[in-house]
Design a protein around this ligand. Structure first.
Ligand SMILES: [Zn+2]
Ligand SMILES: [Zn+2]
Ligand SMILES: [Zn+2]
Length: 160
């Protein structure tokens, strides 16, 4: 991640192994509930996104997929779109990256606070966007999902 500041970015957002194992189990359960299969490649893709602890680009997932070499890109792109449909990950358009969903409610407006300095992302809960939906409805448009991306500086980067 390129930086625009000269302070150290030692704030680490990585999950502990135990927390990661819990998230993987929950994802498996969610798939079973939905009648979907959590295949090895889907699970590995999700694991890499959890391990990243922040926004990760598709080509980094492809690169890290196997300990001894990259994955076939279509495998990873298919897994990413499946995980996105399941609500397990979100795509952050402005960064062209993916991040694990931090909430357990899978029908929400995803809103992200993105630090332009250290590259961290934080998902905040916004239950719905009635104004966007109402305004869109007046033009005859039906909103399926909204993703909000707010750019700025995280607390650690402001203080540094
Ligand atoms: Zn989410
Ligand atoms: Zn920051
Ligand atoms: Zn910074």
């Amino acid at each position: 991640m390129s930086t625009t500041c000269d302070h150290a970015h030692d704030h680490d957002h990585a999950l502990s192994d135990a927390a990661k194992a819990t998230r993987l189990d929950e994802a498996q359960a969610l798939c079973v509930e939905a009648g979907e299969r959590m295949t090895t490649s889907r699970l590995r893709t999700y694991e890499l996104i959890l391990e990243a602890g922040g926004p990760i680009k598709a080509y980094d997932v492809i690169d890290r997929f196997h300990p001894d070499g990259a994955a076939k890109p279509p495998t990873v792109y298919r897994a990413l779109s499946f995980l996105e449909q399941m609500g397990l990950i979100h795509r952050i358009e402005s960064l062209n990256a993916f991040v694990a969903c931090d909430t357990r409610d899978h029908a929400h407006t995803a809103a992200f606070l993105l630090c332009d300095c250290c590259g961290s992302s934080e998902e905040i809960a916004i239950p719905s966007m009635p104004e966007i939906e109402a305004t869109a409805a007046r033009t005859g448009f039906q909103v399926k999902h909204v993703t909000l991306e707010a750019h700025g500086l995280c607390q650690a980067c402001q203080a540094a």
